[in-house]
Write a protein that binds this ligand. Structure first.
Ligand SMILES: Cc1cc2nc3c(=O)[nH]c(=O)nc-3n(C[C@H](O)[C@H](O)[C@H](O)COP(=O)(O)OP(=O)(O)OC[C@H]3O[C@@H](n4cnc5c(N)ncnc54)[C@H](O)[C@@H]3O)c2cc1C
Length: 322
């Protein structure tokens, strides 16, 4: 945002700045992250609702005459001519739309229809966890810290969103039905045990409808492109929530795409060699990030459940402390 000259405007949007992250393991509090040492313009994570963030980007992009945004329009397929991708078929407002393009950049996320239509091979990196995602109201007297809480097989993350807590309860992959079968009260008790100060408001979770299941997957395409098509962001490499960096990676892909492709595109169609340059530029950070944020690689079998790398390191930290 700083490099684009948008930072000051961006930080006027309502957001929370978090420069330190802590975890509470049992009764111990461990400092996990301190961004205040970063050699960067912003030494914090900014938390803001995704719709504000996306509206901001769309508003900035509208300054360019050639920019056009179609809301409520869903890409449903690809236009293919002689083995080359020549555009997308989309549905919007009940109409079918054919959008022809020199290059289709697919950024339709982890459930990408486009990458499926393009028959690109996917490598599953593994993510043995899902997330139960919910809100609890926040009181002035509550702690301020955004924090992970770990105890007896429970991993609960609370993000301070000022008026409310955005909460993530990590569960083993596919275990949501098991939790539902045990009942809402048992679930509330687990939260009350790990974050006792929330006990007075767990009644806000009135039914399982208040608790969204987010399925986590970590994968990447073996090849991110075909003639006339480039996949970026989660469409090219689905990121886990661990570390909270998937959005950074997606934006960095977009920046690399713009920097590497604007010249070939200004001359017309992009050769596949240029598309390969984007993958080559972005593959290493993607692999490194997936490696360090993939729960599959670093799991702790000592606990009743398997937890991601953070928990493993925290277990080590806890041992060191005790
Ligand atoms: C539970 C969970 C929590 C996470 N928390 C964080 C976090 O705190 N911080 C972080 O950095 N990352 C987080 N991540 C990862 C992050 O969400 C992704 O890495 C990031 O959103 C990828 O950005 P993207 O633009 O590629 O895809 P997305 O953000 O998924 O955007 C894809 C867009 O394409 C649209 N779309 C989908 N299909 C079509 C279609 N057919 N036609 C047209 N449009 C379509 C969607 O509506 C969506 O707007 C989390 C992931 C999970 C699963």
């Amino acid at each position: 945002m700083h490099e684009l000259g948008l930072l000051d405007q961006f930080l006027k949007l309502p957001h929370q700045e978090v420069s330190r992250l802590q975890a509470q393991i049992g009764r111990e509090v461990v400092n996990l992250v301190d961004f205040s040492y970063l050699p960067a313009r912003c030494k914090f994570i900014a938390f803001m609702p995704q719709w504000d963030f996306l509206d901001f980007l769309a508003e900035q992009a509208r300054r360019y005459q050639s920019f056009s945004l179609r809301m409520n329009t869903e890409a449903s397929g690809l236009i293919e001519e002689d083995g080359r991708i020549a555009g997308v078929v989309a549905r919007g407002g009940g109409d079918e739309l054919h959008v022809r393009a020199d290059l289709v950049v697919a950024a339709d996320g982890r459930g990408s229809i486009i990458r499926r239509c393009a028959n690109l091979d996917v490598e599953d990196v593994g993510a043995p966890m899902d997330v139960l995602w919910m809100r609890l109201s926040r009181k002035e007297t509550d702690p301020h810290q955004t924090m992970g809480r770990i105890d007896a097989g429970v991993f609960f993350i609370m993000l301070n969103r000022d008026k409310y807590w955005q909460c993530a309860f990590l569960i083993p992959k596919g275990a949501a039905d098991r939790y539902r079968a045990k009942g809402l009260e048992a679930f509330r008790q687990q939260i009350a045990h790990i974050a006792p100060f929330t006990g007075d408001r767990l009644g806000e979770l009135t039914s399982w409808d208040d608790i969204k299941l987010l399925t986590v997957k970590v994968d990447r395409l073996k090849r991110w492109y075909r003639d006339g098509l480039l996949c970026i962001g989660d469409c090219a490499h689905a990121m886990s929530p661990v570390g909270g960096v998937g959005i950074n990676l997606a934006i960095q892909d977009a920046v690399a795409t713009a920097n590497l492709l604007h010249k070939p595109l200004s001359r017309g169609r992009c050769p596949q060699a240029s598309l390969k340059m984007v993958q080559d530029r972005r593959l290493l950070p993607t692999r490194m990030t997936q490696r360090h944020s993939s729960p599959a690689r670093y799991t702790c079998r000592r606990d009743r459940h398997r937890f991601p790398c953070g928990a493993y390191k925290i277990t080590r930290a806890r041992e060191a402390i005790s």
